[in-house]
Design a protein around this ligand. Sequence first.
Ligand code: 8YV
Length: 294
Amino acid sequence: MPFVREWLVERYAAPVLDELADPSGIEVAVVGGGAPAGVAEMDALPDLRAIVNFGVGYDNVDVAEASRRGIVVSNTPDVLTDAVADLAVFLVVDVLRGLTAADRFVRSGAWGRGERFPLTRDVRGAVVGILGLGRIGTAAAERLESFGAEVHYHSRNLKDVAWTYHASAVELAAASDVLVVLTPGGAGTEGLVDAAVLDALGPDGYLVNVARGSVVDEDALVAALEEGRLAGAGLDVFADEPHVPDALLARDDVVLLPHVGSATRQTREGMGRVVLDNVDAFLQRGELITRVDG
Ligand code: 8YV
């Protein structure tokens, strides 16, 4: 987030952690790119009172530890909902219609040699299971409905929506042609999409993940793909970014993106503004405007 760093330096003449000569007196830390803010970072900043996270997901921040120390935490909700929901839908369309695979097919010269790209699958009529019906999940579901997909979901709570609810991730996967992961990351969802969920999705099913790599058991995913127990996947996030397992890089039935859900100029500017508004509010009134709890 180079421009947020520039804005911070310009607006507050703020130093960055690795350039800090003396960490005392630092009351607000802006954390970006999923950088960790845990015990070590909090120990390094003894006067810290607020952690302002550049991102809606804050699994990189130890919120429980922060709250024990009286440190408040904020994130950047809403401003990235459309961009991430768009990307979720693009990946659903891509896994069903084989868009990026078809692009590779043309570039490889196969079409020119007279080969035929295999027939793919309609989005209309496909059952898309949304795992995590929060702000982004709801925006993705609305978009998918306009494509004619049938939306099912599983979330911590039953929502007041017309879409079909399932009581567990396995039940949702069993009913879905495409399972779209849109849960928060962190300990509560770690490995939620495991071998049992992937098997429930089945050999004609696809997995899309635009949430956090930690939600999916990546080894189980690779095994399911290699053994033909899953048709394919569209992934914007990985367990150990920016490392993508070689087994995935080698496959034509997966779409691999470098964590670009929110990566448009407009959305990143919006996120930067929410970060700066939080810093201003904290410095002026001791409050965060988009505060999160553990
Ligand atoms: C960002 C994200 O790529 O908001 C999130 O939770 O994962 C993305 O928008 C990331 O936070 C960049 O710092």
